[in-house]
Design a protein around this ligand. Structure first.
Ligand code: ZN
Length: 306
């Protein structure tokens, strides 16, 4: 009986989602997120929230319910009231979504759209079809991102995601030497698109391969291994969001990508589930990926609940 009990959504939830006009609201609501304390800014990174948003859309679609990404319920690191005085929902800076319907509203439970990374094509394709393909970028964001995408698509480009700041405990880093080795092995690519949050790393790459060989954004990057998104002295919060979003879209259109265990890398696969990629991982991150996949499979079979 565990099967039926665990694998079916809570009936009280289903009842609220099913009536026509009901809206599924997606907010942080993470257990143990600092923003549990009212009035505190949510400190989660852009793609942790982005993945949660698309998982939330996917979840609502299963019930044929509409969804609304409500990253305006509190302050987030990307809330930019200087640039958007009348808009507190940072999702709306980047994506067009219809105004929230007036029907019954149900806030997400974090467990329903936990941004778990499942490195399986079937899962990525399903989420892409149900919740990513329909995303529509705002005009300004689209213009900026298209420009970067075009630069990558003009050539046979290898996308390279190098994550150096924060998350070092959660995701053990891949050494820079390993990247250098791999880039030399991929010398048949005309260009390398570099998505990195680290200023020094980019300079090393320019020194090794020359500026003309590389495509990158003139982005805000860290000079001291600390994440730029948690640096409160940076006032242009919109730009921080736009640059990480553009990196992800650009990675997703490359001929092939070198990815790591991070939400940005994973986001590129949600944007393009057919992207050929090589996942750079340490033994520890490989075990953690296997464990996550196993938990996901057990949940699908109804043996345990995520
Ligand atoms: Zn939060």
């Amino acid at each position: 009986m565990i099967h039926s009990k665990q694998n079916r959504p809570d009936t009280s939830r289903t009842k609220m989602l099913l009536p026509p006009g009901s809206v599924y609201l997606i907010k942080c609501l993470a257990v143990n997120c600092n923003c549990e304390d009212l009035g505190t800014t949510c400190r989660r990174g852009f793609f942790s929230l982005w993945i949660q948003a698309v998982y939330g859309r996917h979840f609502a679609n299963k019930f044929k319910s509409s969804s609304y990404v409500d990253f305006g319920d509190r302050n987030y690191l990307y809330t930019d009231r200087c640039r958007f005085p009348g808009e507190g929902n940072f999702w709306n800076y980047f994506y067009i979504q219809p105004a929230c319907e007036t029907g019954a509203r149900l806030s997400n439970r974090f467990i329903e759209n936990y941004p778990l990374r499942i490195w399986q094509r079937s899962h990525l394709r399903a989420v892409y079809q149900g919740a990513v393909r329909g995303l529509q970028l705002q005009h300004d964001a689209s213009h900026y991102i298209e420009n970067l995408i075009n630069r990558c698509q003009k050539h046979r480009t290898l996308g390279v995601h190098i994550r150096r700041t924060d998350h070092s405990e959660e995701v053990p880093g891949v050494s820079l030497n390993r990247y250098f080795e791999l880039l030399r092995k991929h010398s048949n690519y005309e260009k390398f698109f570099i998505a990195t949050d680290d200023h020094t790393v980019l300079n090393h790459l320019i020194g090794e391969f020359g500026k003309d060989r590389l495509i990158f954004q003139e982005a805000i990057r860290s000079h001291d291994q600390k994440g730029v998104h948690t640096d409160d002295t940076i006032k242009d919060r919109y730009r921080l969001g736009l640059e990480v979003l553009a990196d992800c879209y650009a990675l997703s259109v490359c001929k092939k990508a070198l990815l790591v265990h991070s939400n940005v890398s994973y986001g590129a696969l949600l944007l393009n589930p057919e992207l050929p990629y090589l996942l750079l991982e340490t033994r520890m991150s490989m075990f953690s990926r296997w464990k996550t996949n196993l938990v996901y499979q057990l949940d699908r079979l109804g043996v345990r609940k995520m």
